[in-house]
Write a protein that binds this ligand. Structure first.
Ligand code: ZN
Length: 398
């Protein structure tokens, strides 16, 4: 049965064809319609969008009581398949121990030791937690298995909850390969990649990712990252990169050169990095992950400067057990506004339209699009950052 949603004080459509209201509130960027209604078809697609007083009839109707409706958040960077607890590492970091990527091995050991059902339950709980905070689409990486069987297992479990899965065998060099890094790169680009793509290029993973970080002894340098990304591209996978998180490095420029869909973190950038990202607009998105800077007491990336330079800026959670065990996009939005100079509208756009684009998706509320919606217990999206830390947004169950 079709459903008419009314009582929408403010609807963010992300549709450039709409939104002619307050420029200072970002109405044009977000395609805002006030006093809106929308009709959802029986098969879950948006059928009609517009002012409430022009709404057509539908089989059923629901009044949302003057709330704001937004596109569901697209969390385009997460590491949800893991077991174990690293809260003690977080506590140590808050008393001065710096982060260097070494703690990933702790999660790898716990993940390898967990059963399929244990991992499945952990992932399901995290996805439910995200949905309760407004996230309706999630990308999930492997990367805490780091053996052929454990990476495949992680991807299979992730695939049960999302089609946006990413092979991150090149998360870190596991301890058993510390004295022979080249052998591990060979394993990732050879047998692991072959197994991931055995049933077709994107049967198990949509993308390949690498932690390109010369400042970590555990991660991969520019040459290793290039080898891994080129192998993934040749196998038919889209490219994503962890780049420039801990210091300046080659990750961002490599991602732009190779046409990656996204380069994530972008915390330490020089002018050439920003120029490369601006030139790659429309192809490569810079995905900022401010929960990481919060959880590692690091300086925030300059989101304002990137947007002003013409870069496509996305926001995601990077939910992971080490550097940011927060699944909250509203938290990332609040940090982006408070710490990275982004406007509330830019932050919402970054966590929906732009993060979606980095997954090859269109996240508009427009006829023919899936009705992936979130509802805010407030009359405007401005309350997401204004009421930081208050649970006012959730995915809308239809
Ligand atoms: Zn990450």
């Amino acid at each position: 049965m079709s459903l008419l949603l009314t009582g929408i004080a403010e609807l963010t459509t992300n549709d450039p064809a709409r939104g002619d209201g307050h420029a200072d509130r970002g109405d044009a960027l977000l395609g805002v319609v006030r006093d809106a209604a929308l009709v959802v078809s029986a098969d879950g697609l948006v059928e009609w969008v517009g002012p409430a007083d022009e709404a057509p009839d539908a089989d059923t109707r629901r009044d949302l009581g003057g709330r704001a409706v937004i596109p569901g958040f697209v969390d385009s960077h997460t590491h949800l398949v893991f077991a174990g607890d690293r809260s003690a590492e977080f506590a140590a970091r808050m008393t001065g121990t710096p982060y260097d990527g070494g703690g990933i091995a702790v999660s790898v050991a716990a993940t390898r030791a967990a059963s399929d059902d244990e991992l499945r339950a952990l992932v399901a709980a995290r996805v439910a937690e995200m949905r309760a905070q407004g996230t309706t689409t999630v990308e999930i990486k492997s990367g805490y298995g780091l053996t052929l069987d454990d990476e495949l297992r992680s991807l299979r479990i992730a695939r049960e909850v999302t089609s946006h899965t990413t092979f991150l065998g090149a998360h870190v060099v596991p301890p058993e390969y510390a004295s022979d890094r080249a052998a591990y790169v060979d394993l990732v680009t050879g047998p692991m990649l072959d197994a991931v793509t055995a049933d077709g290029p994107t049967s198990l993973a949509e993308s390949i990712d690498v932690f390109c970080e010369p400042h970590s002894a555990h991660a991969f340098d520019g040459d290793e990252a290039r080898t891994i990304l080129e192998a993934g591209r040749a196998a038919g996978l889209a490219l994503r990169v962890h780049g420039n998180q801990l210091g300046p490095g080659p990750g961002v420029r490599l991602a732009c050169e190779l046409g990656a869909r996204s380069v994530d973190h972008c915390t330490f950038l020089d002018d050439a990095d920003v120029e490369a990202l601006a030139a790659a607009r429309g192809t490569t998105v810079a995905t900022l992950l401010p929960g990481v800077e919060f959880s590692t007491r690091s300086p925030y990336p300059d989101g304002r400067a990137l947007i002003d330079a013409g870069v496509d800026v996305a926001l995601a959670s990077d939910c992971n057990p080490g550097t940011c065990y927060s699944s909250s996009i509203p938290f990332a939005i609040a940090l982006a506004v408070r710490e990275m100079g982004m406007t509330p509208a830019e932050a919402l756009h970054a966590a929906t339209a732009v993060s979606a684009r980095s997954l090859g998706l269109d996240r508009r509320i427009a006829p023919g699009q899936p009705a992936e919606l979130a509802v805010i217990d407030a009359p405007s999206h401005l309350h997401l950052a204004y009421r930081a830390g208050v649970p006012i947004v959730r995915a809308l169950d239809l």
